[in-house]
Design a protein around this ligand. Structure first.
Ligand code: SAJ
Length: 453
């Protein structure tokens, strides 16, 4: 193992001994890894590290979650129950709610939420509080790596000062700091934590080297970039790319509604082009804790240099408009049936933010349902993943999708197209359907029951 590096003047300088020790512990998988935040990013990450032999400490603020991990009671769909059980029973993964054990960690990976405030500005409170807790326990030879999606500059300009000022230690000499954005597509069975290419950035060469080495132990392909802020921007660009393209097809759906063209037929045909296009489809809006949120982190940062990221603002505006468009289209259908909305019975199918997941955070279906409830619609919903919901003072329980539940509704609105739902049966039994996901677009509809978004 090389023990020297070269200064900008070309002189050979000895590598810090703490760097060499950390490198050795990472290479032989004895490095103690701490994962802060055991959610849909942190828990799968912890499992991957423990599977190759790293001892993993989970730091989870929610005591119920920490207990469930220690009982090997899995709560993340992308984690294999049996794998977690084996690792917990072998003592390879332990969860704690406090930060005291951080001092034992050689590598600390931070996977905490980065939400927005009510006026769409970044809320770094989780990152700041976790970084402060780590800083009070920081010791030479530790690698701190932020995985949370955030604006360019968070790692270097927010975290680094907290870590250095509280500890008196110096990045790149005493401790190492990197950004490696999570790239988890919840529910994606093909791409997992292990085989999803991973970008890693750091603003000094030793931090970049040691972070790249760390991620290479469990991820097939690691992509180093020259700085933490470049890595932060990579991820924000990825999500902005999606938000803008989803907004483009949503805007196309709004136009097609005006000029009476089937937007699904147009998109399906456009996507037959073998190059230069990528499938996106309209929907009732954009949910989850990434796409509707992350681009606004960049929008906020750009404003600091008096730059208006117009695509991000416009995409957000169009995507946020979709739930009210669904409401207005539903009322148009009811009016054509001669039914006043306040006297109508509506069944909503699917309330999660996207199909085959039990996650309804920021789900556009909830915005649609809230609007319908405001209009005194008699509303029921069915979602196999969500047994009950509390919306705007209403407590609703998912109804069984019986023929009667479908047939007794004046209108069925499909807001999430779960694979477990038999949409042919829904089409057969329903009086009328507003399909916001194109789930029925390839089914025969001789009685013209379906209105597509
Ligand atoms: N949506 C549409 N039309 C589309 C695609 C998506 O309306 O053509 C909607 C979905 O229904 C959902 C929302 O947009 O409500 C977001 O869906 P998504 O799959 O783009 O986002 P997430 O949050 O489930 O996962 C994404 C990742 N997804 C993919 O790459 C396919 C990826 O962008 C990030 O790794 C991840 O967010 C993250 O953690 O940032």
């Amino acid at each position: 193992m090389t023990t020297t590096s070269f200064s900008p003047q070309g002189n050979s300088v000895p590598l810090p001994s703490c760097f060499l020790q950390l490198k050795e512990r990472i290479t032989n998988h004895t490095a103690q890894v701490a994962v802060v935040g055991l959610g849909y990013v942190g828990l799968p990450f912890a499992v991957e590290k423990a599977k190759v032999g790293f001892p993993v400490l989970g730091i989870e603020q929610n005591p119920k979650r920490a207990d469930r991990v220690n009982q090997a009671d899995n709560y993340i769909a992308d984690v294999d129950d049996a794998e977690l059980k084996v690792l917990v029973e072998a003592g390879k993964i332990q969860a704690f709610t406090g930060f005291d054990r951080i001092i034992d960690a050689d590598v600390v990976v931070i996977c905490v939420p980065t939400p927005l405030t009510k006026n769409l500005t970044p809320d770094l409170s989780y990152i700041e509080s976790v970084t402060t807790a780590i800083a009070h326990r920081l010791r030479p030879g530790q690698l701190i790596s932020l995985e949370s999606t955030t604006y360019p500059g968070t790692t270097d300009d927010v975290m680094r000062p907290i870590l250095e000022d509280s500890s008196g230690l110096k990045q790149g000499r005493d401790f190492f700091l990197s950004h490696s954005p999570e790239r988890v597509d919840p529910g994606n069975k093909r791409y997992t934590t292990k085989n999803t290419n991973k970008v890693v950035g750091a603003s000094d060469s030793l931090s970049l080297e040691i972070a790249t080495l760390f991620y290479q132990q469990t991820i097939d392909h690691v992509v180093p970039v020259s700085s933490a802020k470049a890595a932060e921007l990579v991820k924000i660009f990825e999500n902005t790319f999606r938000a803008v393209n989803i907004a483009l097809v949503n805007e196309l759906a709004l136009l097609c509604d005006r000029i009476d063209i089937n937007v699904w037929e147009v998109l399906d045909a456009a996507n037959t082009k073998p190059f230069g296009i990528m499938p996106f489809y309209p929907g009732p809006g954009v949910g989850g804790h990434c796409i509707p949120i992350d681009p606004h982190y960049l929008e906020w940062k750009a404003k600091e240099v008096n730059f208006n990221t117009r695509f991000i603002a416009l995409a957000g505006e169009i995507n946020r408009r979709m739930p009210s468009f669904v409401r207005s289209k539903a009322f148009r259908v009811l009016n054509q049936l001669g039914i006043a909305p306040s006297r109508s019975q509506i069944l909503v199918i699917g309330v999660t933010y996207k199909k085959d997941l039990a996650d309804w955070r920021e789900s556009p279906a909830l915005a649609v349902m809230e609007a319908l409830l405001h209009d005194q619609v008699t509303l029921r919903y069915h979602d196999p993943y969500v047994p009950s919901l509390h919306i705007d003072g209403h407590w609703l329980e998912s109804v069984e999708l019986t023929d009667d539940a479908i047939g007794s509704a004046d209108l069925v609105i499909i807001t999430t197209e779960h694979s477990s739902v038999d949409f042919s049966r829904v089409l057969h039994q329903a009086k009328a359907i507003l399909d916001t996901r194109g789930a029925t677009r390839h089914l025969s509809d001789p009685d013209h029951k379906v209105t597509l978004l």
